[in-house]
Design a protein around this ligand. Structure first.
Ligand code: ATP
Length: 362
């Protein structure tokens, strides 16, 4: 059983707070992704857990034991970084067995472990090669092998796919997920790629500027983002967000230059019915939760600006008054730039945030 808890973690570099009162818990065998824009403190968090960085305050607890003062080498934690840092002059076999050699593991046990890990990672035929004779994806697997060979308690991965091309990224992603499930190792995985985070995680912790923004399952974070930052960070293309005003708990009026009197109804607001200061709102909808109706009259008046046929779907960029929005339409849909119509948002798919705090209203 390996559970991890971060309690009120704080870390600054030269007076600049990089981790701000971070509280997180990772359950046994859980796959957690730390997600956020570049510089938000993900890597630093991972380095603190691994013992490569000291925290200023707060506790790192593994299985009910505070490990703050424990040296990195005694933490029994494996970490895979962005650059795999394989030893170039050693064979794959020697790269993988290196951590075992350091710990003076007997030769027969070492050979057995290397064989086992190589089979697991499907690199048995590559053991005699040097790193430069491997593709990026294969090098990646060797780095994973070297991390896994010691049966670590906890697996930390920092953007391990960043050197792979798009196709290999998706393949390796599935492999990692399979491997993590198979081995049942509690894992914390850092990425700035929201689709990677969604695909892999049991739970996602979204960070921004060192502060945890939301912590929940992938669909929870995607469907009910806690604030505008999370709403726009999750999903590609990003959620459309524009200014509005909450005229009644169940109604928002868009406040977009050149667009007057557009009122959108919203069930959830009525149910959740939180009031917001000054009623200023940010109103959002996802491109896939809306459609463009050429010549339509209900909804938000809009005009096609750019049409992008992408094979599986068509992405439309629309102008609505002084704002723009993206909408995903089924493959085969055609609407030339200049086509006028309306945007209709699916029932229950409007998101409303307080304009001041940017927090979700309901
Ligand atoms: P990325 O996705 O770009 O790797 P990140 O979310 O992992 O970003 P961190 O690497 O944790 O972010 O860095 C957070 C902030 O701390 C950044 O502003 C970075 O410049 C700063 N930082 C990180 N390490 C140090 C250090 N050793 N000394 C000074 N500042 C640092």
């Amino acid at each position: 059983m390996v559970k991890v808890a971060l309690e009120s973690l704080e870390k600054s570099f030269g007076g600049h707070k990089v981790i701000d009162n971070l509280n997180l818990s990772v359950e046994d065998k859980e796959f957690l992704t730390l997600l956020g824009p570049s510089g938000c403190g993900k890597t630093t968090t991972l380095r603190c857990i691994a013992g490569l960085e000291d925290v200023d305050s707060g506790k790192i607890v593994v299985d009910d034991r505070v490990i703050n003062g424990v040296p990195s080498k005694d933490r029994d934690i494996a970490m895979v970084f962005q650059n795999y840092a394989l030893y170039p002059f050693m064979s794959v076999r020697d790269n993988i067995s290196f951590p075992l050699k350091l710990h003076k593991v007997p030769k027969d046990k070492m050979e057995r472990k290397v064989k086992e890990v190589a089979e697991l990672l499907r690199i048995s035929t590559l053991l005699a090669r040097k790193p430069k004779q491997l593709s990026g994806g294969e090098q990646q697997r060797v780095a994973l092998g070297r991390a896994l060979v010691r049966d670590p308690k906890l697996f930390l991965m920092d953007e391990p796919f960043s050197n792979l091309d798009a196709k290999l990224r998706v393949e390796t992603r599935s492999e990692i997920k399979r491997l993590q499930r198979e081995l049942g190792i509690t894992t914390i995985f850092v990425t700035h790629d929201q689709s990677e985070a969604m695909a892999l995680a049991d739970r996602i912790a979204v960070m921004d500027k060192g502060v945890l923004q939301q912590f929940g399952g992938p669909s929870e974070v995607y469907d009910t983002p806690s604030n505008v930052m999370v709403a726009q960070f999750m999903g590609s293309p990003a959620m459309n967000v524009m200014d509005g005003e909450l005229s009644r708990p169940d109604r928002v009026t868009l406040k977009v230059p050149g667009l007057s009197g557009v009122v959108l109804e919203r069930d959830e607001v009525a149910r959740g019915a939180k009031s917001i200061k000054g009623d200023g709102a940010r109103v959002g909808f996802r491109p896939e939760d809306a459609k463009f109706v050429p010549g339509g009259s209900g909804g938000i008046p809009a005009e096609v600006y750019v049409e992008e046929p992408l094979g599986t779907h068509v992405l439309l960029t629309l102008t609505l008054g002084g704002a723009s929005a993206k909408v995903v339409m089924p493959a085969g849909f055609r609407a030339a730039p200049g086509t006028k119509g309306t945007i209709e948002v699916a029932a229950g798919k409007l998101h409303v945030f307080d304009a001041g705090s940017t927090l979700r209203v309901a």
